[in-house]
Ligand binder design. Structure first.
Ligand code: PHE
Length: 342
């Protein structure tokens, strides 16, 4: 092979190789192999020294051009790989944008807090009062008073963290239902927002620490119709859009009948899309009419008093509202995420 052919061949092979490189480590290997002190380009340039003056001119020029072109292609590839890496990293951190975020300046409300305050306002405008309860709860308020007997299998679905003195991190805000029944005189309407905890395998849609808003209405002649109306109101005001809800049967020991409430997907208006997994409906919350045993545990006569209750998953609602695709952002403390809501 003549030197000219060698130069051309080297260029051709190098270009092909470069195109297939997608990592910085491989790119560095490429640089050493072709552009380094002991690389192919240098060894070609060395050979030029022994050529005749005439050949030096033509072949030397060719060799210089190829060397320059390879340097350029190498730098281009390097910035391309770096850009790809950065985009990958950013899109993993932010749900809807690749724009860089300025993380200077003062703090702001967490998206969960913002939506929680909106939900509170909506319910307060409908005559609800806001109640609070402890995050470390007794077994009685978290389970016992809510019709979970000692060895009820439904307890398994809400495994949690126990303290040494036999208390537990509440698994749901329903514990506040039991407290409200003891503390308040019916009729009453409450919502109770709060943090809850479960022993969960963490992934994009599961957290061990998340947020719920409990709702409870106790009065005379409270029916499923009251429940549907209230949920309709909530959704219309949260999403600023009229919406349709539906009920499916669901089981919880403290409601009878128990339901899962879905609303018609607002992205496709029920036609089916990726948000609603082609079903036209999005699952919103479990709810139901308060079980007579729960009313009794609260000292009320179920022949006189009735009620409904619901447990709104606040994290889910916030994710839907802002198009957030990973629940783990919420507790991450990631400023890039938090600043989106400043
Ligand atoms: N507490 C239940 C849960 O966290 C939800 C629920 C609340 C169901 C109120 C019915 C009524 O899974």
């Amino acid at each position: 092979m003549s030197l000219l052919e060698e130069i051309e061949k080297t260029y051709e092979v190098a270009c092909k190789e470069l195109e297939s490189i997608s990592g910085l480590e491989d790119l560095e290997k490429f640089r050493t192999l072709y552009l380094g002190k002991k690389g192919s380009v240098q060894s070609i340039l060395k050979k030029i020294g022994s050529l005749s003056i005439e050949e030096k001119k033509t072949i030397g020029q060719k060799a210089n051009t190829v060397s320059q072109q390879l340097e350029e292609l190498y730098s281009e590839r390097k910035s391309y790989i770096k850009k790809l890496k950065m985009e990958e990293q950013i899109s993993g951190e932010i749900f809807d944008s690749l724009r860089p975020v300025d993380i200077s300046g003062s703090g702001s409300l967490h998206p969960i807090t913002k939506v929680r305050e909106e939900v509170e306002d909506i319910f307060v405008s409908m005559g609800f009062q806001i109640m609070d309860g402890p995050e470390i709860e007794t077994d009685y308020y978290n389970f016992g008073a809510l019709n979970f007997t000692e060895d009820h299998p439904a307890r398994d679905m809400q495994d949690t963290f126990y303290t040494e003195d036999g208390n537990l991190l509440r698994t749901h805000t329903s514990a506040i239902q039991a407290r409200a029944l003891k503390e308040l005189k019916p009729p009453f309407r409450i919502i109770a927002p709060g943090r809850v905890f479960r022993y969960e395998e963490i992934d994009a849609s599961h957290e061990n620490t998340f947020n719920q808003v409990e709702g409870m209405v106790v009065g005379k002649d409270i029916s499923t119709a009251s429940l549907i109306y209230t949920m309709d109101q909530l959704l219309t005001q949260i999403f600023h859009k009229k919406t349709t809800v539906r009920l499916r049967p669901g089981y919880f020991p403290f409601v009878e009948p128990g339901f899962e409430l879905d609303f018609q997907c607002m992205v496709c208006n029920g036609k089916g899309c990726s948000v609603c997994k082609q079903s036209g409906w999005v699952e919103l919350l479990p709810c139901g009419l308060i079980h007579p045993n729960v009313l009794k545990a609260g000292g009320l006569d179920p022949e006189i008093w009735t009620g409904f209750a619901f447990g709104l998953g606040l994290d889910r609602l916030v994710m839907m509202r802002y198009g957030i695709n990973d629940i783990r952002y919420f507790n991450s403390g990631n400023l890039r995420f938090l600043k989106k809501f400043a």
